[in-house]
Design a protein around this ligand. Structure first.
Ligand SMILES: Nc1ncnc2c1ncn2[C@@H]1O[C@H](COP(=O)(O)OP(=O)(O)OP(=O)(O)O)[C@@H](O)[C@H]1O
Length: 270
């Protein structure tokens, strides 16, 4: 049997909010991910990079049980949130997603007003405070308030792509989550809107812990504090994604431990 690569565990200096050990992740009979230990450090941006199909989104979506909704999904491992396993028997996945929120690749505002988009999760969670204030605060934190304050009743779909993505971020942070998971949040945006979102993410990390999938290595260098590089293992005849290496972003890009990482970050394969 081939000697399977197992990454040297990354030990971050700071507090770990999500301590994630993904032993095996399946979609039906297909194993998508193996042996990946991915600690997410508090108040930092962690970037997930790697070639297509290496399991970046699968790992990200496993961190708030978003994949539970996929038929045949099976998770072996642990995701400890402040020490508690989110896959524990008595854990309510809806509550998990209240604290570990998600922003998707394509801006997906609901077909409702800007105000209602932000208030949506608050109503779902039976928010008891001042709704107007919370909606305003969320839009301010998402750097969108100035652009929409006079048209809160207009449809969220009437906004530009970059504004829609900021609206989705406002919606995601309205319930005051702890962790924001972002799956290629800028891939559908132009460079200016991308720059806005990146600046916003740098501001948000003071308040929220962020984990983000990106195909853009320059983006990882610009904004990620830590980087997890995933690869595809074909040694057993199937294509199984796994963590190759994780560390401080500077170390991953300037002094990687493994040849595979070196080749990827230098653009020798993609
Ligand atoms: N819902 C699903 N059902 C079955 N297989 C899936 C599902 N989602 C992903 N996969 C498979 O799992 C593997 C990992 O996919 P995933 O989307 O996590 O990779 P990725 O690294 O994010 O890819 P990309 O960079 O292309 O978005 C792929 O082989 C993919 O086809």
């Amino acid at each position: 049997m081939a000697n399977l690569h197992k990454a040297t565990p990354f030990n971050p200096q700071g507090e770990v909010v999500l301590d994630c050990r993904l032993d095996k992740v399946f979609y039906g009979q297909f194993q998508a991910v193996r042996d990946s230990y991915v600690p997410i450090e508090k108040g930092k941006i962690t970037g997930f990079i790697g070639p297509s199909g290496c399991g970046k989104s699968t790992v990200l979506r496993s961190l708030n049980r978003m994949n539970d909704l996929v038929n045949g999904f099976k998770f072996e491992g642990k995701v400890l949130y402040h020490g508690k396993n989110i896959y524990g028997k008595k854990i309510d996945p809806v509550l998990v997603r209240r604290y570990i929120s998600m922003v998707f690749q394509h801006p997906n505002p609901f077909a409702m007003s800007i105000y209602d988009n932000v208030a949506f999760g608050l109503k779902l969670n039976r928010f008891k405070g001042d709704m107007d204030e919370q909606v305003q605060k969320s839009l301010e934190r998402a750097a969108l308030w100035g652009e929409v304050k006079d048209k809160l009743n207009k449809s969220g779909l009437s906004l530009s792509g970059g504004q829609q993505q900021r609206l989705c971020i406002a919606r995601a942070i309205a319930t005051e989550p702890d962790v924001l998971l972002m799956d290629e949040p800028c891939s559908a945006l132009d460079p200016i809107a991308t720059r806005h979102i990146e600046e916003l993410m740098l501001e948000l990390k003071d308040r929220y812990t962020v984990a983000m999938v990106t195909h853009n290595m320059q983006q990882a260098v610009r904004i990620a504090d830590n980087t997890a590089f995933f690869g595809v293992d074909v040694s057993q005849g199937e294509r199984v994604g796994h963590l190759v290496e994780m560390g401080n972003t500077q170390q991953i890009f300037n002094d990687p431990q493994y040849d595979l990482t070196k080749q990827y970050v230098s653009g020798e394969f993609s």
